[in-house]
Design a protein around this ligand. Structure first.
Ligand SMILES: *[C@@H]1O[C@H](CO)[C@@H](O)[C@H](O)[C@H]1NC(C)=O
Ligand SMILES: *[C@@H]1O[C@H](CO)[C@@H](O)[C@H](O)[C@H]1NC(C)=O
Ligand SMILES: *[C@@H]1O[C@H](CO)[C@@H](O)[C@H](O)[C@H]1NC(C)=O
Ligand SMILES: *[C@@H]1O[C@H](CO)[C@@H](O)[C@H](O)[C@H]1NC(C)=O
Ligand SMILES: *[C@@H]1O[C@H](CO)[C@@H](O)[C@H](O)[C@H]1NC(C)=O
Length: 477
């Protein structure tokens, strides 16, 4: 077997060798096309295109991929790093790209400052299958005739500044498995004809200004795994045909719209559901009992609706992030299925009618907590024990409860950036470590004594028994 493999490799390399020995270069059309692209880039502070030098083999240039046999450019893939402020390209997409006749994938991602309209030159590339122009500043309308690019398997224009409506010709792109138009300024309704895109696995229209009802056309999309329609202006109910997505759907994001009605029972059948976001809508009634069967759910956000008791007993193995804040629940306690989760990192139960003593809460795991919001409940006792065990906690919001403990005994991990204990019964002194937090609020408690040097506004400390020193009144000598 080993000998056989070695021989195969030998043959492979000997056939390859002559090409390299001749110093074969990419096709002249491809080279001039790419140099044209480079010349319409006005600023490249991180030198992404520094290897793009005329006369060298363009197949070796950063981001350029070629077909092995004929050395024609088949992919162009440039990606900025959103964390690095210098990692961007300014300029437009040159029409010279149309000369890349063998291109099958164009990936211009996170370049931040590429502007201009949708590049019409792409219509002249016969076999283009993948377009990912994401997180740039392209603007204008998505071309009316986009449907002519019938070979497209994926189209993402996410994170640009496109305006106008979604062209209905998009429904002619029947090979599409991914359609991502999120985070633009698109208006109007979702074209009914999108139902023709039967191969879609990923549909994202989030973060636009789309309105009207969500069409009841989901029985066409049995392969859909990700559906993101959050942050728009959709109204009406969750369409019944969403029930046909029960076997594959993993992400259902409908948050921040104006949807109403009840949460449908059928969602409990979505065995693969990982993330369900229905936050900031006008859903009413109870959460269906069938949610007990959502055993794989990791992220559940039902915050800011009008949901009422009783909340179903869930059977999740481990929830990572839960937000039930600001509904009409009276949970009384932090639910047991939350307490027993080994992997939770974000727990938000603001205004959930919880009436327990925090010291009685014995979560299985506190190590991974990043965010805890328990504001607006009737939680008594102390947060000292909890915060002592949460090394990674970034934010603890506990305002408007009955928390009663000595602030001087509070110890917390060095990642804590935000602490709100306003409107409680906290006593003792404000320590140096407490004023070291970026965002703080200890107003309306029973604190006393001199406040250590700080740069907060008085509203952070007002309403206590006898706190003094800047930004409040000077202490008496
Ligand atoms: C982004 O592009 C615009 C238009 O091309 C230009 O005026 C602006 O200076 C660019 N911004 C940066 C940070 O390069
Ligand atoms: C689209 O779906 C059809 C039928 O399910 C299948 O034959 C075809 O290969 C799919 N196309 C792609 C690009 O996945
Ligand atoms: C959970 O699923 C099982 C099997 O499909 C079903 O019999 C049961 O009624 C479901 N439970 C709830 C609470 O809907
Ligand atoms: C904080 O944790 C440390 C070590 O885990 C422990 O020794 C200490 O008693 C705890 N303090 C409080 C107030 O719970
Ligand atoms: C602190 O909390 C009080 C009471 O809720 C509020 O009025 C004040 O604006 C808060 N201050 C800051 C800086 O958030």
């Amino acid at each position: 077997m080993k000998l056989f493999l070695t021989t195969t490799f030998l043959i492979f390399f000997t056939t390859l060798l002559p090409l390299n020995a001749n110093g074969a270069k990419c096709h002249v059309d491809d080279e001039s096309s790419l140099l044209g692209f480079k010349s319409s880039i006005k600023s490249d502070p991180s030198s992404m295109l520094k290897s793009w030098i005329s006369g060298t083999d363009c197949c070796t240039w950063a981001g350029v991929g070629c077909i092995f046999d004929n050395k024609r450019v088949s992919s162009l893939s440039l990606s900025g790093d959103l964390e690095n402020p210098k990692s961007y390209l300014s300029g437009t997409i040159s029409p010279s790209l149309s000369k890349l006749q063998y291109l099958d994938g164009l990936y211009l991602q996170n370049l931040q400052n590429i502007s201009g309209p949708f590049p019409d030159s792409l219509f002249k590339i016969p076999n283009l299958q993948f377009i990912y122009i994401e997180n740039n500043k392209l603007s204008g309308q998505i071309p009316e005739n986009i449907g002519k690019m019938t070979k497209l398997g994926a189209l993402s224009l996410e994170g640009n500044r496109f305006t106008g409506t979604i062209p209905s010709s998009i429904s002619e792109l029947t090979q599409l498995t991914q359609l991502k138009l999120g985070n633009n300024f698109l208006t109007g309704t979702i074209p009914e004809l999108i139902k023709n895109l039967k191969n879609l696995t990923f549909l994202s229209l989030k973060g636009n200004q789309l309105s009207g009802n969500i069409p009841d056309f989901f029985s066409s999309f049995t392969n859909l795994r990700i559906l993101e329609l959050s942050n728009n202006k959709f109204s009406g109910k969750i369409p019944p045909s969403i029930s046909s997505l029960f076997s594959n759907l993993m992400y259902l994001e409908l948050g921040h719209n104006s949807l109403s009605g009840k949460i449908p029972d059928f969602l409990g059948k979505f065995k693969a559901l990982d993330t369900l976001d229905l936050s900031k809508n006008q859903f009413s009634g109870t959460v269906p009992k069938s949610f007990a069967n959502l055993t794989k759910i990791f992220n559940l956000d039902l915050s800011d609706n009008f949901l009422v008791d009783p909340f179903p007993l869930m059977n999740v193995k481990g929830i990572e992030s839960l937000d039930l804040s600001r509904n009409m629940f009276h949970l009384k306690e932090i639910p047991k299925w939350v307490t027993s989760s080994p992997i939770i990192f974000s727990l938000k139960l603001a205004n959930c009618g919880i009436k327990m003593k925090l010291d009685d809460w014995k979560p299985l795991e506190t190590y991974f907590y990043d965010f805890i919001d328990l504001s607006g409940n009737e939680i008594s006792g102390s947060v000292v024990g909890l915060l002592n065990k949460t090394e990674y906690l970034v934010e603890f919001l506990g305002s408007e409860n009955l928390l009663k403990f000595d602030l001087e005994s509070l110890r917390f991990g060095n990642r804590l950036k935000s602490l709100d204990l306003s409107h409680n019964l906290v006593f003792g002194k404000v320590t140096k470590s407490v004023v070291g937090i970026q965002k703080l609020n200890v107003s309306y408690n029973h604190l006393c004594g001199e406040i250590p040097k700080n740069s907060f506004d008085a509203s952070v400390f007002v309403g206590n028994n006898c706190l003094c020193g800047p930004p409040l009144y000077p202490c008496k000598a």
